[in-house]
Unconditional design. Structure first.
Lengths: 380, 380
């Protein structure tokens, strides 16, 4: 596999630094002490190219060839060989990864992808973007969270997710929260059908937040399955990417929304981690902080995340990029102009800040998203 | 709980920035949109102090009070509330955490701690440091790894660990590697007993590297238990801290060595993460890159990691700091002068680089460590 790093280094020592990185991310010992001929020929990492960045003196893009046999098909071991030790070296950032076609097929990839989301919300065959909002703040009692979920779903928002801070706290324990919220969502879906009009046939999905170790996660998966929830949310960098692949991707049975908590900002390129790797590991949608909000990802990175989420990747389906983080209803048009229809927009606090006008604000958000690419807005 | 962050920010906006961080790491929505009185009073994070760093203009230490109810007793959720979202904000670093005494007791902490390691290697009742080396490079066939393990153990090295890059690769699959290496270690222990002298009664421990999702890990734990291995190695940031707590700490039954792969260097303070948090999560020893090697941790950070590994922490036992990463036998004395006897020194490549003289070099390393604080060196 081919791995691109960015290294900060004086020009005079970049060749030695790149070689040291190739050793660090493969055999982790002095090359001259390796006696095994096969290891020297097939396992030791190789420097493929070194390019000075034209606009950044002392910065270099270094491409290494690393042996896929060191990784197998295990997500944690892939992270380990890509960035395990060198995460401890502040002069190195991980930028990109190209896997050979045969290796791509070893990763599960998304089970549902973009079309799976559309089918689940009752928009199969369309090419419309999706809307998403979040149940918050944590600390609310479950009745309040369920009431909020009803309002969002009744307003036509496609995916109602738990705030990623909602775990299994005493104020709204998972085992009580999920049934209560799911029933509120189902009631809203029934009410939309009964009411007729543009939202008849629209199905909102609830995506509860999974957290904890394997036993807790398995118990949460059982509850979600028993209650018939339509999607799930998890933070791959917190639960661990091996758990995301082996437990959640394998057993969720519904679309998976990946949240970037703990995914850092500085040292692994966001397009690679949030766009490509989370997709390979099984996410059907990937949340990331859009520019101009509470986070500082540059616009080019945000667009690159979206590109990676949807670009051809072996036989793996494209997934939805989910720009988020302090977005507002006023920015819907601009965001959709940037990201296009294969996108899910996530707005949370901006809806809640509308106070008594929140239901109308949520309906406006849902309608603007759903109808953005129609010539005539069928809801208005 | 009290959490210390370092924020880079113009002085004129630090108060607003600190307040925004308190909101981000608790309720994640505009404060004015929170209507629930209990949430406003008990769940929203609070800024406790803001201190300009005297020697670093534009840098501030900000202490927040965050509600322990948001975290419960779950390691992943603790990481989430400490650094989930703000990991995506490059102006923020996580520096320190103080948990109330009642909360400390919710974490498992180390099962064995420093005295547990000494008892396991046959050094109960002494106060001597421990030695550790690594089986590498990955790619070697199992016979070669087992032969290396025999040599290290026969030389008197206390802990022989897998290189953290050894996972379940075809060259030496876990299910074959662990029995082969464990038997080599046991043979070396028997040979030391039969030979008599200073190493009679010395027991080397093998610490295989665990990796993968919960099913693979459970299978690996079974193999390790069936073979009677004496210790285990894992990377908490790769397998996921919830898995480390719920599966490995709960079920390992032998001392756990935490490896810092993927633990980053820049944005979570190493003393907090590698010293305090890994200990709370159940590590009995914590490996970190010592200064002057292939990594660039400053000396003060390294000493602070060791301090955090051993300082009083509720009822939790102290654990062994394990300085590593390009160390050499020549530095043993200096490292022990710095770290003292409650330490495990890890040297890998420097021993292997000795070629045919490796067995003698390994014995020299083991003896220098074991006898460093004796008046008379009983092995010489």
């Amino acid at each position: 596999m081919s791995v691109r790093y960015r290294i900060q280094c004086p020009a005079g020592s970049i060749e030695a630094r790149a070689q040291a990185l190739a050793v660090e991310q493969s055999i982790e010992m002095p090359l001259e002490a390796v006696r095994d001929a096969r290891v020297r020929a097939e396992v030791v990492g190789e420097v493929r190219s070194i390019d000075a960045l034209p606009d950044a003196p002392g910065q270099f893009d270094v491409v290494l060839a690393l042996a896929t046999e060191t990784v197998g098909d295990e997500a944690g071991q892939l992270m380990n060989m890509l960035f395990g030790n060198c995460s401890l070296q502040p002069d190195v950032a991980l930028i990109d990864l190209q896997l050979p076609a045969a290796t791509l097929a070893r990763w599960p990839g998304p089970r549902f992808g973009i079309e799976g989301w559309r089918a689940a919300v009752g928009a199969a065959g369309t090419r419309r973007p999706l809307s998403c909002s979040a149940l918050k703040p944590q600390g609310l009692p479950l009745e309040a969270l369920a009431a909020l979920a009803y309002t969002f779903a009744r307003a036509g928002i496609d995916v109602v997710k738990d705030d990623h801070g909602l775990a299994d706290q005493p104020a709204a324990p998972f085992a009580q929260r999920v049934p209560a919220v799911q029933r509120a969502i189902e009631r809203a879906n029934r009410d939309k059908a009964a009411h007729g009009g543009a939202l008849a046939g629209h199905r909102s999905l609830y995506a509860p937040s999974l957290s904890g170790g394997p036993r807790r996660l398995a118990a949460q998966l059982r509850i979600a399955r028993d209650e018939g929830v339509g999607a799930l949310l998890a933070c791959p960098m917190i639960v661990g990417v091996p758990v995301f692949v082996e437990l959640l991707r394998a057993e969720a049975g519904v679309p998976l929304l990946a949240h970037p908590a703990l995914a850092g900002s500085a040292r692994i390129g966001a397009p690679l981690l949030l766009g490509r790797l989370f997709r390979l590991f099984g996410a059907d949608a990937t949340i990331f902080p859009n520019w101009g909000g509470r986070f500082s990802y540059p616009r080019a990175d945000c667009l690159a995340i979206a590109e990676r989420a949807r670009a051809p990747l072996g036989a793996h389906a494209p997934i939805l990029p989910v720009p988020a983080g302090g977005m507002s209803v006023e920015r819907v048009r601009e965001m959709l102009d940037d990201y296009g229809p294969d996108t899910m927009l996530l707005i949370g606090g901006n809806l809640l800040a509308a106070g008594d006008a929140m239901p109308a604000r949520a309906a406006e958000f849902a309608a603007r998203v759903a109808c953005a690419f129609e010539t005539h807005d069928s809801r208005s």
